[in-house]
Structures are given as structure tokens and as C-alpha cells.
Design a protein around this ligand. Structure first.
Ligand SMILES: [Zn+2]
Length: 121
């Protein structure tokens, strides 16, 4: 690695730079902040709001069906949509698969609009 100064004794993978004293560095606020950031990114599940229009008076059945799906939270709402589901997954691909495989086939859903949640960085 070219970014390690020759007088650095160790390299911190979390912070991505060389350090003089690794033990001391691991206790530093800078390192802890970077560690939290890294763990946050790993733990940060991808999330989407799925706005759902139902056919007729079937929103109750749709909600019941949605509640069976793992990773889905659901609420009945007023306004232009009947049901809003919050879908969480490890990646956006997981969410897409889940929506296609588990939500679209539910009887009584006439239309869905998926809004992916942006991570603020
Ligand atoms: Zn570090």
C-alpha cells in the first residue's frame, strides 16, 4: 500500500490509513466514529415504501396477506393509496425480488408504486 507512511507501524483497515500506535488508535474517537460508520453501512438495511391501490373493498385482505410476508410492515391509509407497506431487505435487489415474488401476486392489489428510501450519507 502506497498510502502508509514509512514511519507508521500498523494499518487500520477501518479508517483506511496507517497508524503509529494501533492500540492507542483503536481507542481514539476518530477510529470509533469510522467503526460506527462502517458497521452502520453493513447493518443498514435497504428499505422501500410500497404504495398500494386495492380493488374494491379488499384492502383488509391485502393487509392480512402482506402481514404474512417477512420483512414487510403494513398500514392501511387514507388518500390516493389504500395501503402502504414498508419493505426491508439487505439489498435493493432483495427488496425488488420480494415485491415481485411476494407482493404483486397478492389478490386484491391493483397497482403498486415503489419508492426506494435513499440513505443520507
Ligand atoms: Zn481506525
Amino acid at each position: 500500500m502506497t498510502n502508509i507512511a514509512s514511519n507508521c507501524k500498523a494499518f487500520c483497515e477501518v479508517c483506511g490509513h496507517g497508524v503509529y500506535n494501533l492500540e492507542k488508535h483503536l481507542q481514539s474517537e476518530d477510529h470509533k466514529r469510522n467503526l460506527r460508520k462502517e458497521q452502520g453501512v453493513i447493518l443498514m438495511a435497504a428499505k422501500a415504501f410500497v404504495l398500494i391501490e386495492t380493488v374494491g373493498v379488499r384492502s383488509k385482505e391485502v393487509v392480512t396477506a402482506l402481514k404474512q410476508v417477512e420483512g414487510v410492515e403494513v398500514d392501511t391509509v387514507t388518500g390516493p393509496y389504500d395501503v402502504i407497506a414498508v419493505v426491508a431487505g439487505e439489498t435493493l435487489n432483495d427488496i425488488g425480488d420480494l415485491i415481485t415474488a411476494k407482493i404483486h401476486p397478492i389478490a386484491g392489489i391493483s397497482r403498486t408504486v415503489t419508492c426506494l428510501v435513499m440513505e443520507d450519507k
